[in-house]
Design a protein around this ligand. Sequence first.
Ligand code: NAD
Ligand code: MG
Length: 399
Amino acid sequence: MRRIAILGSTGSVGTQTIDLITRAGAGSEGADFHVTALTGAQNIALLAQQARALRPDIVVTSDPSRLGDLQDALAGSGLAVAAGADAIREAASRPADIAVNAIVGAAGLVPGLTALEAGATLALANKESLVAAGPLMMRRMHETGGQILPVDSEHSAIYQALTGEDIAAVDRIILTASGGALRDWPLERLQTATVAEAMAHPNWAMGQRITIDSASMFNKALEVIEAREFFGVSPAQIEVIIHRESIIHSMVGFHDGAIMAHLGSPDMRHAIGYALNWPKRAPLPVARLDLAKTARLSFEAPDEARFPALRLAREVMAAGGLSGAVFNAAKEIALDHFIAGSIGFMQMAQLVEATLDRLSSDSGLHNDAATLEDVLAMDHLARVRATELAVGLASGLAG
Ligand code: NAD
Ligand code: MG
């Protein structure tokens, strides 16, 4: 029996995780999985429904003002409930074999780190924690003798391609990108892109924030940094290629010239299922590829003029220190403002770049041995600066 905590259970990755463990019998007598914790935020109805089905030891909403709603929704169930960021941290600290971190944004950093320190294998969808605090996360993993398994499809693909291989034999890591909803739009049109247009992802059904990040390529930019942190390769070894079909989930090139690729349907349950069953492989309910029907796989170089996020990721990796924490925080603020309609699509990258510039001389930035407190302080400072800068951009937009 495996004890599993699902942090961010009500989101896109969270619900797909629950789909897989439910198929494996979770919630019924004698099942292979026992759910220790379920955490969510605003979708109390879904969180309560999941809790009634899976009977976790603790159910938590991140929003303290929703505690009463959660208590009402679970009245008579006998389940323990709690609310707030500290309660999520407490839930993550409970003994578990696997913790799936499917929280969106930097809010996932502390819970994921806590689960890792408590000895759980961390199935990490929350790429933001590696972007903001990669060295810290990897250091903790080594210190605790713990394990982080990537649940981003690209990084799961790379991890699988590297199994049994020597990282020293790796020449290059090739991250594939669908290009997102606006991949064929000319620059002038991108300036006017709306949230609804950015949400129309051609291949993947995901949460709102990552879908818009896919359209801006900020998602791929985060993934480049995630790959650098997780696999410990140099920035120059990481390439991005537009692959419209999303059939190849990523590739690893070795110094003998061989390239190993992971292929599959565009279904996150490939990556989630691999992490849940690691080091074994278990049957998964994903569509099997019909390669004759797929017919062709295409590749194109990304256009950094239309998608400046990729260039910014390179600059962040070159700058090192806590630049990743600034990049991620500024990106989250930029996305909030784009969703709220106060800045345009292309202004997200402008805002992130301006925030990086503004903080480039900050004494706290060049810290290669950052503690959690250092990361959280820099995350906070970057949010304050990005919010100030966003006001300037928004008035420019209005005028
Ligand atoms: P989502 O928005 O669908 O779900 C996010 C989850 O986090 C929800 O359960 C929500 O309740 C919870 N949450 C939101 N704010 C919170 C807060 N402040 N504190 C605690 N919990 C909070 O997001 P998603 O698309 O499932 O993505 C989750 C993570 O997985 C992200 O880091 C994303 O980049 C990564 N990821 C997602 C996919 C995908 O297919 N959706 C693929 C690869 C990686
Ligand atoms: Mg991905």
